[in-house]
Ligand binder design. Structure first.
Ligand SMILES: Cc1cc2nc3c(=O)[nH]c(=O)nc-3n(C[C@H](O)[C@H](O)[C@H](O)COP(=O)(O)OP(=O)(O)OC[C@H]3O[C@@H](n4cnc5c(N)ncnc54)[C@H](O)[C@@H]3O)c2cc1C
Length: 255
């Protein structure tokens, strides 16, 4: 199978990052609310992650394959993640005692800023843990952001994600996707990260596909393009989400 042709940007290792080596990451702080946890890890070397990039993480003794988790922020040797309180690894991050060791490597993936056009401003749409990379983008590059619509299914504590407007999506009430479609207007772009049904709703509701980017989630084995476990088909051929994504232009997807 040949890997996608055409114009694309590929993530490159950052000098001094822990691109290929596992690093110990110790659970240092955590707050939990509404089925999610914000976990802060102390890593051995500076993470230097950009919005949209992710770490491959595992518990010290497994699971066998590491899991991709987006950076909520990264400062020096401290990184924060927003994880759903379920699944093998994330539940462990949400429940393990402070000081517990995890292993991480990365950061991987094309930073969102490098994946989008800079000639427009964007509506950011985040659902659940998909809020993490978009909140980071909003904080780091406010010049790219027109407005944000971040949705969660359950109420969270006021300081769970400080300075972040959160829409609690009660059954039958408007969702973050609805809110984004309401504020979007021609000329604006849109960047979305969240559950597949939210992305499908946006794709169906948007009259324009130019300037629209979706972060896709697939299982990943390595994070740096070797295993090809995260390949998705696009109009230009197969694309490895870990090295060429996770953000993909909607007009490349056959949706
Ligand atoms: C680029 C990228 C960034 C991501 N960022 C984040 C993030 O910031 N935060 C976050 O919470 N997630 C994120 N994810 C998703 C996360 O990597 C996956 O959900 C991963 O599987 C979590 O690992 P886990 O061990 O916690 O859960 P897993 O044990 O892998 O479980 C994940 C889900 O799959 C279900 N599941 C597990 N095994 C089975 C099975 N055998 N059959 C059916 N269902 C099963 C579980 O019930 C659960 O709903 C990201 C994914 C990608 C690709």
């Amino acid at each position: 199978m040949s890997i996608s042709k055409g114009r694309r940007r590929t993530a490159t290792p950052v000098a001094g990052s822990f691109f290929l080596c596992w690093q110990a990451a110790y659970l240092d702080r955590r707050r939990q609310s509404g089925g999610y946890a914000v976990v802060e890890l102390i890593v051995e070397r500076e993470a230097r992650g950009q919005p949209g990039q992710f770490l491959m993480a595992r518990t010290e003794c497994g699971p066998a394959l590491p899991r991709p988790l987006s950076l909520l922020w990264a400062e020096g040797k401290r990184v924060a993640l927003l994880v759903k309180d379920e699944g093998q690894l994330r539940a462990r991050m949400a429940e393990a005692p402070l000081g517990t060791r995890f292993d991480v490597r990365g950061p991987y993936g094309v930073p969102y800023r490098d994946a989008v056009e800079h000639s427009r401003r964007y509506v950011l749409v985040g659902g659940g843990s998909g809020i993490a990379p978009l909140r980071f983008l909003w904080q780091r590059h406010p010049e790219l952001v027109e407005s944000v619509a971040f949705g969660l299914r359950h109420t969270v504590d006021e300081n769970f994600l400080p300075d972040t407007p959160l829409l609690i999506e009660e059954l039958g009430q408007p969702t973050a996707g609805d809110q984004a479609l309401h504020v979007w207007r021609p000329g604006l772009g849109l960047i979305a990260c969240g559950p597949r049904e939210m992305l499908r709703q946006l794709a169906a509701g948007l009259p324009e596909r130019k300037g629209v980017y979706f972060a896709l989630e697939e299982r990943m084995g390595c994070g740096y393009g070797a295993c090809q476990g995260c390949v998705v088909m696009t109009r230009d051929g197969p694309l490895r989400l870990c090295t060429d994504g996770p953000l993909v232009a909607l007009d490349r997807l056959g949706w």
